[in-house]
Design a protein around this ligand. Sequence first.
Ligand code: 5GP
Length: 180
Amino acid sequence: MRTIDEHGYHFEEWLTPARIAEDVEQVADRINADYAGKEPLFVIVLNGAFVFAADLIRKIEGIRCEQTFIRVSSYFGMSSTGQLQFIVPLQQSVAQRDVIIVEDIVDSGLTVHQLKAHLRGLGAASVKVATMLFKPNKLEYEDARPDYVGHEISDEFVIGYGLDFDGYVRNLDAIYKVKK
Ligand code: 5GP
């Protein structure tokens, strides 16, 4: 099993690249079925979701779709600051669009909760959420429960596959769990 040491913590490989590919495919299959005949707009939440989004959208088949980006931040180090900042705002209209928010991980749900309100306020016809990882035990905002989940995880800190530790290790091709 591969391991990584980062910021003084020890991490062990949890989801291999092959397992991640299966999870992504399963999410894409469901979106392909649910959005047949529609033209969804994927709102990709930077920075963390860019790796998952790149894999996911290339498995979207038979559907005309667009992608746009938004950059928000609510975390510093290993814990949430509770405040969502819109660092890069939306560049594209979501009015009357079927929006799919693409996240790397839904933890407390604060980010998705606030983003959904933001997108609805801008007139989106529908807003759903696709996330690589979901921590159901941590969810504090019921409306942030994701519609499409690659993999569930309990209350553990993970890195890799887009998920960072203070800006580092997003490049890892697997998802690693911290060992206490
Ligand atoms: P939420 O707003 O749902 O509490 O947190 C969502 C954001 O927190 C994610 O987009 C991600 O940036 C960060 N986050 C939450 N849990 C983890 C984790 O286990 N590892 C990393 N690297 N980031 C996390």
